[in-house]
Write a protein that binds this ligand. Structure first.
Ligand code: FE
Length: 307
């Protein structure tokens, strides 16, 4: 949080059929529907998040991610960072308060990998869902499905990783927590954090720009990941891989697809990061183990299917 960027705040995901998507994200993942708008978007949150929403679903002809937003400490951070992003050579568009419901103004820009990001500092706070902020109970009793606790990160595929590293590390104040390097020491994956989490956003080298690999949600325990796997079978949801563990970040994970083909992850555990930690490096020769610690083998679908 060196430069005032606090956390992943929201992601807008394109879905082909809003009703199908609602069933998936609400009934299976356990997100809570909070609102909708005139554009037909619906706004969802995970129960531990204090802000009103973190996932926005937009019906569209093709799946993928429209944008990912990071919440900043206060409004002054937005103007300062917008100036620095412009000096870096990117166009920054200021979207007015209210364009996303109950959200303040947003500074939007396209990163060197082609992905759209935005910074904002204000969003209506509704508090954790289903528990009071005074003498809170451990958890709400009427959560559905996987009971996702928070929107955690996105993994994105794109071409200019070095450009994104400069943008995220030097301008936005993220740390490079973990990386994958090829035999010539070129970076082929970046795991970046603005916090103590293992990653808040990650990028993998890919020839095309602006590809969405997954949006990830945090669960409390490995047992919850296993139960998520059971629910994936019970609902005949398309499974990608897991349950397993990552070498990178060491999280315990399972991947599956929403009805539009967007990949989701739920995971538990994982490493932590302090600003004085050196980046952890995986060599590309160990990529199988880095991604799937038990199988030690890559799954073609995991590498190539993106939206
Ligand atoms: Fe992930």
């Amino acid at each position: 949080m060196k430069k005032g960027v606090m956390r992943p705040g929201h992601v807008q995901i394109r879905v082909l059929d809003l009703e199908e998507a609602r069933k998936h994200y609400v009934d299976l993942l356990g997100l809570i529907e909070m609102d909708s708008d005139e554009q037909g978007r619906i706004y969802l949150k995970a129960w531990t998040e204090v802000d009103k929403y973190s996932v926005i679903l937009q019906e569209s002809d093709e799946p993928g991610m429209d944008f990912m937003g990071f919440k900043c400490l206060d409004e002054s951070v937005l103007d300062r960072l917008a100036g620095e992003i412009r000096a870096f050579g990117l166009t920054v568009t200021e979207l007015p308060a209210g364009e996303l419901k109950d959200c303040g103004r947003r500074m939007q820009f396209v990163a060197p990998t082609g992905h759209t990001f935005e910074l904002y500092a204000t969003k209506e706070q509704t508090g954790k869902w289903g528990v009071s902020n005074v003498n809170p109970e451990a958890w709400p009793r009427d959560l559905k499905g996987m009971k996702a606790t928070r929107f955690d990160h996105c993994l994105l595929y794109g071409d200019d990783l070095e450009g994104n590293l400069t943008l995220f590390r030097d301008i936005l104040g993220f740390d490079l927590a973990e990386q994958v390097v090829d035999p010539d020491n070129n970076r082929v994956a970046l795991f970046l954090t603005a916090s103590m989490k293992a990653h808040d956003v990650a990028f993998i080298k890919h020839p095309e720009k602006d590809k969405f690999h997954h949006a990830s949600f945090y669960l409390d325990t490995w047992q919850d990941v296993l139960q998520a796997a059971d629910l994936i079978s019970m609902t005949d949801t398309s499974l990608d891989i897991g349950p397993t563990r990552h070498g990178l970040t060491h999280g315990q994970t399972i991947y599956f697809f929403d009805p539009s083909g967007n990949r989701n992850e739920v995971f538990a555990g994982g490493d932590y990061h302090y600003p004085d930690h050196e980046p952890v490096t995986w060599q590309a020769g160990n990529l199988g183990k880095a991604i799937f610690y038990h199988d030690r083998q890559l799954n073609e679908r995991f590498l190539t299917v993106v939206t």
